[in-house]
Write a protein that binds this ligand. Sequence first.
Ligand code: GLU
Length: 504
Amino acid sequence: MEQKQVRVRFAPSPTGPLHIGGVRTALYNYLFARQHGGKLIFRIEDTDSQRFVPGAEEYIREAFDWLGIRFDEGVGFGGDKGPYRQSERRDIYKKYVQQLLDEGKAYYAFDTPEELDAKRKEVENFQYDAHTRHLMRNSLTLPADEVKGLIDSGAQYVVRFKIEPGEDVHVDDIIRGDVKINSSVLDDKVLYKSADQLPTYHLANIVDDHLMEITHVIRGEEWLPSSPLHVLLYRAFGWADTMPRFAHLPLLLKPDGKGKLSKRDGDRLGFPVFPLEWHGASGEVCAGYREDGYLPEAVINFLALLGWNPGTDQELLTMDELVNLFDLAKCSKAGAKFDYVKGLWFNREYLQRSDNARLAPAFDAILRENGIQAPMERVEAVVGMMKMKKINFVKDLWPLCDFFFTAPQVYDREDKFVRKNWKEGTADDMRELAGLLAGLTDFSVESQRAVIDAWAESTGKKPWNAWRVALVGAGKGPDMYELAAFLGKEETLARMERAIAALQ
Ligand code: GLU
């Protein structure tokens, strides 16, 4: 039998910035699609006009651009199963709602919000279902001509799905196995609202997954409770044969306790829960991974391992390796703790592996903020010397690197490192060292090393820390030869002279 081409979708609702859990969902869909030579579709589920937030769709696209998650079809990507924005598919949904009504699988309900509220007060744990629908105002209880009259006169109504009670509904989940729920616990879900002439999430989601020939629905655990309803809808439409397979991904949990990861955890512990910075309409700003200085491949690698792992010790994985190794069936059922400290570690690792030229512009911007303008190749050289120090972000370089660009202004005798390394007789050693350096015509690392190492060896002197005091003013920085070569002969000797004078 010919295997159907894998088609998966990421279907966000544009209600604000995309949460990092949504990014993980999109990533798993992307990995799964690529590993099966399939297609990833980008669908916008914007049927809830009340919750629509301008700019959210653009934000989501920009986030995936940055992260390198590419779509094959969908809003902004073309494809022959569009439109891919649900608000542009009203007529399609109407037709399918009508099908269910015509076949008696759905019904009109005219109950006003006030009537529903009154019922909820009257009946404990009221649920609109097989046991209560006969008490309500709907096309199952009202005479046909009255129903027609109400609709013709423009009365507001909803269409509800008529769920038959007492049946075990099975959801075959790739991660969770057979999930069983009895249909009696489900309510007659609203599928359509005349007020905005739009379907609800459930109807639109099922119709679109069907028409877009989705083969696998990979989404967050929060959608698991909706899935029995979705199974029943597929069946009601007669699409059970082509129903996609489900995979409900584990929740992302707080780093330090029980419960779902929230924005508050990020604010409290100081890490972003959004891929990009978000500027809300009321002026609030939410931190983003990009603006905080994370590299996209670090974020991808970190997220990929929240809920799945390759079963080996290997933690650093490129996108291509992830595509090869990822296994949907091996995702965990249990929630994944959002270990943001691990996220910092990933960033550090990727920073150290990045080309200096890639990191230099970000460092250059920080230098400029501090009033320093340097040629880009010098900025790159400093990044190269210092990125292996334990820094998590490019911005951490500045306090470690100021001396490359500005000579120490004062030499603090009370500084521990200075006190320990500048003693009686140090000034004489430094004069001698300066004399040797002055004699070099080639000031490269190798040439310095040959002469100074030999001198140190024959005299038994260890000039390195005192030399560091002179050039840096403190106990930090790279290898001394590298630093001196970077500064050049003139600047190196000038700093040594000033230190000798100041510390006499
Ligand atoms: N629109 C839903 C969301 O915002 C999609 C859920 C699904 O994938 O079915 O996540």
